[in-house]
Design a binder for this molecule. Structure first.
Ligand code: ZN
Ligand code: ZN
Length: 381
């Protein structure tokens, strides 16, 4: 039997991200897990499980994935190549996959616990909020106010979720426990009751205002301190400001993700800043003082005679002091030599005269001239 394409096995496109691959694998592994497939379904499920596991092992490893992308199965097949191949693990990986998947489901430090009356309590989901900051704000830090969703007890049903005049009934599936025992193979797994979703209650006539949730979404203003030095992609956690928990579980957290706005002049690289400084070719040739921008205002630098395009000058400490850094980074000014435009007839004449004069001096006026001429000679000889 010919081997199926790993991407096909996982049902993801060739350019799928690591996250997509992981997700697809988890879904398949859950579906075909030996503990969920008994009797006649066991054998085919086991095959699918192994196949998915192998595909995931290959595609989740950047080296193996790129070998596979280039050479197909031959690039990663342990039978085709000696070391470096995947190695036949057979069933060895079951426990590992099992641990991984169920770890995610049940193990997340205190995400779940037992509430009062034995009902399953859930920690609320985390929320994320993207915040754009300018480079100046990132450098200095700022106090920001953001509007985030918040939940209040529904006034119509006073939080019960039931239409006024009606009331919630005890869930018959779990007898109000919120959980059910699932016996599968050797394992007895406690699961959230699928009928009442762990609340232990069923609301026959939900409140119209809150659709049976007992809470309504509102907005609240939150003060957030953005620390000086924050950079693109960093996250600030605001504990307890995520979604509320279920059945009295703790709320999730709010994550504020920083997006740095593009700056007109400066480009940031970690704690360092870079900027292009246009300099006339006269100044570049004669040297002189030029004005450069910094985040703290203007500064002057002396450029030496004969400065070439692309030369960089470092202004120590004029970068950004990172959130955990002890010293600020530096500012690099890259010299961009400008060619003059819209010349008058007189100016053209002067330049031609200059050119004549430079030619007489030969290669000594042209720093890259001699080696450049040599290289061209070699190329065309
Ligand atoms: Zn309500
Ligand atoms: Zn139930």
């Amino acid at each position: 039997m010919s081997k199926r394409d790993f991407y096909e096995v996982l049902g993801v496109p060739k350019n799928a991200s690591d996250e997509e691959i992981k997700k697809a694998y988890r879904k398949l592994a859950m579906k075909h897990h030996p503990d969920r497939n008994q009797g006649e379904a066991a054998k085919p499920a086991e095959e699918r499980f192994k196949e998915a596991k192998e595909a995931y092992e290959m595609l989740s490893d950047p080296q193996k994935r790129s070998a596979y992308d280039q050479y197909g199965h031959a690039g990663v097949d342990p039978n085709m190549r000696g070391p470096g191949g995947a190695g036949a693990e057979g069933f060895g990986g079951f426990a590992e996959a099992f641990g991984d998947i169920f770890g995610d489901m049940f193990g997340q430090g205190g995400a779940r616990g037992r509430g009062q009356g034995g009902r399953q309590v859930y920690r609320g989901s985390d929320l994320s909020y993207a915040m754009e900051v300018t480079l100046e704000e990132a450098a200095k830090g700022k106090d920001a106010q953001i509007r985030i969703p918040s939940w209040e007890s529904c006034e119509t049903c006073h939080g019960s979720g039931a239409k006024p005049g009606t009331s919630a009934k005890t869930c018959t599936t779990c007898a109000g426990a919120g959980t059910v025992q699932m016996r599968q193979g050797f394992f007895s797994v406690q699961q959230t009751c699928p009928h009442c979703r762990g609340t232990g209650k069923i609301i026959p006539e939900p409140c119209i205002t809150c659709h049976g949730q007992g809470k309504v979404k509102r907005q609240k203003t939150l003060e957030v301190k953005i620390p000086a030095g924050i950079d693109d992609g960093m996250r600030i956690r605001s504990t307890g400001n995520g979604e509320p928990g279920t059945n009295g579980g703790p709320p999730g957290d709010l994550y504020i993700e920083i997006r740095l706005k593009k700056h007109d002049i400066f480009e940031r690289d970690g704690d360092d800043l870079h900027c292009q400084v246009p300099v006339s070719f006269i100044t570049a040739a004669l040297g002189g003082e030029i004005e450069v921008p910094t985040l703290q205002g203007k500064a002057a630098i002396d450029i030496p005679e004969g400065t070439q395009a692309g030369k960089q000058f470092r202004l120590r400490g004029k970068g950004i002091k990172g959130v955990r850094a002890s010293y600020p980074g530096d500012l690099y000014c890259h010299i961009a030599v400008e060619t003059p435009v819209k010349l008058t007839e007189h100016q053209r004449k002067l330049l031609r005269e200059l050119e004549e004069s430079l030619k007489k001096g030969g290669a000594k006026h042209s720093p890259s001239g001699e080696s450049w001429t040599d290289r061209l000679k070699n190329l065309f000889s």
